[in-house]
Design a protein around this ligand. Structure first.
Ligand code: BT5
Length: 346
C-alpha cells in the first residue's frame, strides 16, 4: 500500500503522529510529510495538532475524501469535469494503468457520457458518476455477474441514503413503480392508459418506476480471462429532476435534501467489493440481486437483439440471464431493454 493510502487509513482511526507512522510504514518522515502535503493539495485539509495529524471534519467528494476510511481496496481518481469516466478507464487500460486492486474513476460532471447502445447519458454537476475498473480472476462469461453486483451495490447505497430503490433487470436502479408506494402515479405516468409500448422517452422512463441510476459495463478479455472490466455507474444524486430526461429522478428529489456523495460512493464501493472482490464471494451476487429486484414475478417485455420476448419473469440464472415464461415455453434472455408491463399489457 502506498504512503498516501496508509496515511488516509490511519487518519480514519484518530490523530496520527508523523514519526510513528513513518516507523510503522518503514518510510522516511519526509515521505509522510509529503503525503500530507499532497492530500492538502487535493483539498483534503489535514490539520496539524499537538496530538498529530487530524482528518478534516468534512472530507468532501474527492479522491482522498472517498478513500478516507474506505473499507475496499480500490484506488480513487477524481475529476470535477470529464467527458466520460468509462472513456477515462479505457485510456488507463490502454496505458496499462489499471492497478491490480482496481480503480474507481469518479466525477462531479460528465460532458460526453453514454448509456448502453451508445445512447446519451445526461450527467450534470451533482451526480455520482463512477466507473469502477477491476481485473478479476474470472472468465469473460462471468462478466454479467459484475453488472448485477454493481446494481446491488448501487441499490444498497441508495437504500442507506434513505431511498427505497429496487432493481429492474438487468441493471436499472429505480424508485416507485408498480407495487411501490405510487402505483397510481405509475399507471398514469405517461397518460397512456392503454399501455401501448410506443417507446417514447417518458413511456420508457416511467415503466417500472423512476430511474435513479443506470449501469454500463464494458470489458476487454481473452478467451479464458477478463483483462479488465469496468462497471460504469451513473447515479442521479444531487440533481434537480427538471434537468433530467422524463421518467428520471434523483436522490435529492426523493429525499428533499442533498445526499452525502462521499459516503454514498464509499458505500457503493464497499458493497461491490463484498460481493465481487474475490471469486469466492461471487456466490452471493444472484441471491442479493433477487432480493432487491422488482422484475421477478412480473409480466415483462424484453426487447432483445433477436426481437421482443414477452411473458412472466420468473428468475435470474447464472451469469445473469432473465428466465421468462412465455406462451410458447421458457425463454432465457441475456441482453436487452426490459419493460415491466401491467397485467393487461403485452
Ligand atoms: C444506462 O443506459 O442506464 C447506463 C448509464 C451509464 C452511465 C454511466 S455514468 C458513469 C459511466 N460513464 C459513462 O459514460 N457512462 C457510465 P441505458 O439503459 O441505455 O439508458 C439510457 C437512457 O436513459 C437514455 O436513452 C435516456 O432515455 C435515459 N437517461 C439519460 N440520462 C439519464 C439520467 N441521468 N437519469 C435517468 N435516465 C437517463
Amino acid at each position: 500500500m502506498d504512503t498516501r493510502r496508509a496515511l488516509l487509513d490511519a487518519l480514519g482511526d484518530g490523530p496520527v503522529s508523523g514519526p510513528a507512522l513513518a516507523d510503522d510504514l518503514g518510510v522516511s518522515r519526509a515521505a509522510v510529510w509529503k503525503a500530507v502535503e499532497s492530500l492538502r493539495e487535493e483539498g483534503f485539509a489535514v490539520e496539524s495538532t499537538p496530538e498529530g495529524y487530524v482528518a478534516p471534519a468534512d472530507p468532501g467528494y474527492s479522491a482522498a475524501g472517498i478513500e478516507f476510511g474506505l473499507d475496499a481496496p480500490y484506488a480513487v481518481e477524481y475529476h470535477d469535469r470529464i467527458s466520460s469516466t468509462n472513456r477515462r478507464v479505457r485510456e488507463l487500460a490502454a496505458g496499462g494503468e489499471i492497478p491490480e486492486e482496481g480503480v474507481a474513476v469518479v466525477a462531479d460532471e460528465q460532458t460526453g457520457s453514454r448509456g448502453r447502445l451508445d445512447r446519451e447519458w445526461v450527467a450534470p454537476s451533482g451526480g455520482v458518476w463512477l466507473s469502477l475498473a477491476v481485473r478479476p480472476d474470472a472468465p469473460p462469461a462471468r462478466a454479467p455477474l459484475f453488472t448485477l453486483a454493481a446494481a446491488v451495490a448501487t441499490a444498497d447505497a441508495c437504500r442507506e441514503a434513505g431511498v427505497d430503490a429496487h432493481i429492474k433487470w438487468p441493471n436499472d436502479v429505480l424508485v416507485g413503480g408498480p407495487g411501490g408506494e405510487d402505483e397510481d402515479e405509475y399507471a398514469d405516468a405517461d397518460g397512456d392508459a392503454d399501455g401501448d409500448a410506443d417507446g417514447d422517452a417518458a413511456d420508457e422512463g416511467s415503466r417500472g418506476g423512476r430511474k435513479l441510476a443506470g449501469i454500463l459495463t464494458e470489458m476487454e478479455g481473452e478467451a479464458d480471462r477478463i483483462s479488465w472490466l469496468v462497471a460504469g455507474i451513473g447515479v442521479n444524486a444531487n440533481i434537480d429532476a427538471e434537468t433530467l430526461p422524463a421518467g428520471a429522478t434523483s436522490l435529492q428529489e426523493e429525499l428533499g435534501e442533498p445526499v452525502d456523495r462521499r459516503r454514498f460512493a464509499a458505500t457503493l464501493l464497499e458493497r461491490f467489493d463484498a460481493l465481487a472482490g474475490t471469486p469466492d464471494r461471487m456466490d452471493r451476487i444472484l441471491p442479493a440481486w433477487r432480493e432487491r429486484a422488482s422484475t421477478l414475478g412480473r409480466r415483462v417485455r424484453v426487447d432483445t437483439p433477436n426481437g421482443p420476448v414477452t411473458g412472466i419473469a420468473v428468475d435470474v440464472e447464472p451469469p445473469g440471464a432473465l428466465v421468462i415464461e412465455t406462451d410458447d415455453g421458457v425463454r432465457r434472455v441475456h441482453a436487452g431493454d426490459c419493460e415491466h408491463l401491467r397485467d393487461a399489457d403485452g
